[in-house]
Write a protein that binds this ligand. Structure first.
Ligand SMILES: *Cc1c(COP(=O)(O)O)cnc(C)c1O
Length: 341
């Protein structure tokens, strides 16, 4: 077996059809057991719950090749836990957490030639998801479910890697105060597409969403949480019931406190505080840690002191610590690295 011959450094964030994917079915009150398959296509009844009423939850994580050739996944137990909670919130049969991690192992092993080599900057992105498959026309949860995981090699999500990006404050909301903003579900993305297209057309990498009730507090972007460094060099992390509990963000908070000795403030953050902040970044599995140099809200342009040329000092240290752990160069906190092979 040999690694696929891809231009790993320039691969982008796109779908490549790999060799194996995992599939399991919930039927007659139990999961069948699950196995790898070669078939990338999903065949559904035209009236399947997921097609009509969007009953779907998903996850995202990455596998990395280390210098010694071993292959690891970053904190898959956290994804298993979050997907379990997401499924419960939209009345789906949750996938057992231990089976989730076993399935991840099978998919990585089945696609080992697709795991980008050490030092390439690329990774193998793993996408677990679950859908309601029962044909239902009256609105109700499905009784049958399909759980799948596929893998695709990816480069960095934001072109240019750690080069700062500009974001704009969205003209739409992504989550309601008592809605599903904290749930990793496709439904949160369908309604964000218009805002995303608008942002890209206007030259911005992403939208920053404010709290839907008052437009006062910062929530997150469409697919990443947001963090700041304030004038006291504290890491300031927006807190809200309607932001997605990012595993990257929670990991960064831990590293800031325990590895870099920073003070962390997890609290409601008003948008009008932003002009006093020194650094900003978007954080998530796909974005890793992408520095933000400029934030625009209508006529108001906020240029962060760290600028558009390079990341700020603290974001750079956080980025190096996190990616060092993921690449096996910095010692990880207990339980963060899952060795697959
Ligand atoms: C997945 C996701 C994130 C990032 O979460 P990670 O666990 O760090 O990958 C942030 N915001 C939204 C809306 C997401 O869907």
């Amino acid at each position: 077996m040999a690694k696929k011959d891809l231009d790993w450094a320039n691969i982008g964030f796109g779908y490549h059809q790999t060799d194996k994917r995992y599939v399991d079915y919930f039927h007659d009150g139990a999961w069948e057991g699950g196995k790898l398959t070669d078939d990338p296509n999903v065949v559904l009844n035209e009236c399947a719950e997921t097609l009509q009423y969007a009953q779907q939850v998903f996850e995202g994580m990455k596998a990395y090749t280390w210098k010694d050739g071993s292959v690891v996944v970053f904190r898959p137990d956290q994804n298993a836990e979050r997907m379990y909670n997401s499924a419960k919130r939209i009345e789906m049969q949750p996938y057992p957490k231990d089976k989730f991690v076993e399935a991840i192992d099978q998919v990585v092993k089945g696609n080992v030639d697709w795991v980008p080599p050490y030092g390439s900057g690329a990774t193998l992105y793993l996408r677990p998801y679950e859908i309601g498959t029962t044909p239902i026309i009256g609105v109700a949860p499905a009784t049958d479910y399909m759980f799948r995981i596929f893998a695709t090699p990816v480069g960095p999500y934001y072109k240019g890697g750690a080069t700062p990006v500009a974001v704009q404050v969205a003209q739409y909301d992504r989550a309601a105060p008592r809605g599903t903003g904290h749930v990793k579900a496709a439904l949160n993305y369908a309604m964000s597409l218009k805002a995303t297209v608008d942002a890209h057309q206007a030259g911005f990498a992403e939208n920053m969403y404010l709290d839907p009730a008052t437009q006062t507090y910062i929530e997150e972007t469409g697919g990443s949480n947001i963090i700041f460094i304030d004038q006291n060099n504290h890491l300031v992390v927006p807190k809200s019931n309607s932001i997605l509990p990012s595993i990257t963000r929670r990991s960064i908070v831990y590293l800031a406190e325990h590895y870099l000795n920073l003070t962390v403030e997890e609290r409601q953050v008003r948008f009008d505080e932003v002009p006093s902040f020194k650094e900003c970044a978007l954080v998530g599995t796909a974005a890793v840690l992408s520095p933000v140099g400029r934030i625009v809200n209508g006529d108001q342009v906020i240029d962060l002191p760290s600028g558009m040329d390079k990341p700020g000092k603290f974001m750079e240290e956080l980025y190096n610590t996190l990616t060092g752990i993921q690449n096996g160069e910095v010692e990880a906190p207990e339980g963060w690295i899952h060795h697959v092979m």
